[in-house]
Design a protein around this ligand. Sequence first.
Ligand SMILES: [Ca+2]
Ligand SMILES: [Ca+2]
Ligand SMILES: [Ca+2]
Length: 401
Amino acid sequence: MNRTAFAIIAAALLFGCSNEIPMVNLGIDDVYYIPRMQKLDLHPALTGEQYEWYVNGICVNHEKDYIFIADEEGDYTLELKIIDPDTPYHFTFDIHVLHEEIEYSPYISKVYEYCPAPGQFVNEMPRYEEGDTYQDILQKCEESISGTNDIMITLGAYGGYVTFGFDHTVINRPGEYDFRIWGNAFYELTNPDARGGSAEPGIVMVSYDRNCNGIPDDDWYELAGSEYYKPETLHDYRITYYRPTAHVPEEDDTGYLDDTIYIPWADSEGATGYIAKNIFHSQDYFPKWVDGNELTFAGSRLAPNGIDLSDTGRYFVLYAYDHGYVDNHPNDYADLNSFDISWAVDSKGKPVTLPGIDFVRVYTGLNQYCGWLGETSTEIARAQDLHIDLPGVPLPDPLDN
Ligand SMILES: [Ca+2]
Ligand SMILES: [Ca+2]
Ligand SMILES: [Ca+2]
């Protein structure tokens, strides 16, 4: 980061005038140079009753501390007014926002967490190899979904999640989608207009690195998709899966399931059930790098979307929800796989305003089992910040529309 800083000791100039005025150091420089889409964490050392921060004359913040971030390169004039009857203060400084020295990638650059729930693709996508630690699995996830590697990873049954980020902050542009995520959803060919087939909606959460430590330890906000406020969507749902113990497997009538009592679960609704083992996937379904005997996940839970058109458990169609979920519509539908940070809501469902986000978490949003299709599990292969130009592919100018 090319940040040239000139320390200012504003009141030092006054020091010669009066012994009554102490030397003051605001702790803010008078000029900064930062790249676009990177945060500048400003902590004034002085306190007062109230604070006002202005960017180019517009008041943007009333807190003591302020994180400046800019989507656009250019010169910004900032003012901090500390309102206080005894020690008022007014300071003006400049921030020059430059193009980054190394071009940003629009794609995932970092995977922070990978915690799948049990599932038929777990230990395969990505593949667990004997002796792999959690760090090894995390590395494999990063290699799978970063850049345009486009190697699918599974999140397993309800609640399983992945947390990833980019090499910059994804800016929340007002009225625009901000990022897009690729899964492996498809519509069945016989009746594509019904938008049913394999839709395994994953719920998206976002987080802004407010403490600027580069770690996803800040508040999380769910992006309210089309189902968020519907009565059939549960919030504060919780489920625990139990490591399978020695037992006699029970097959089902269809011949597709080897063991219908394979991995038990119990949820906060008082329901219990099993992740079954099917004949197509014979590996362990419980993540092999996990030491504990239980895995607990929590979040919102969408209503089941699968319908058994055969009535005999042999032909399930999973219908897509309208919008706002991962692995819900085929990847060709850009808008239906794109997300607006302005959809963010807090744990009470109240919209929150975020300037951008540094971390994205996707978790499987349904607790559903569909015969030989198995448990519904979100998969993801790629994500993209929609505000970074691709080489040779300029983004359309929104004013042209
Ligand atoms: Ca937006
Ligand atoms: Ca943080
Ligand atoms: Ca899928």
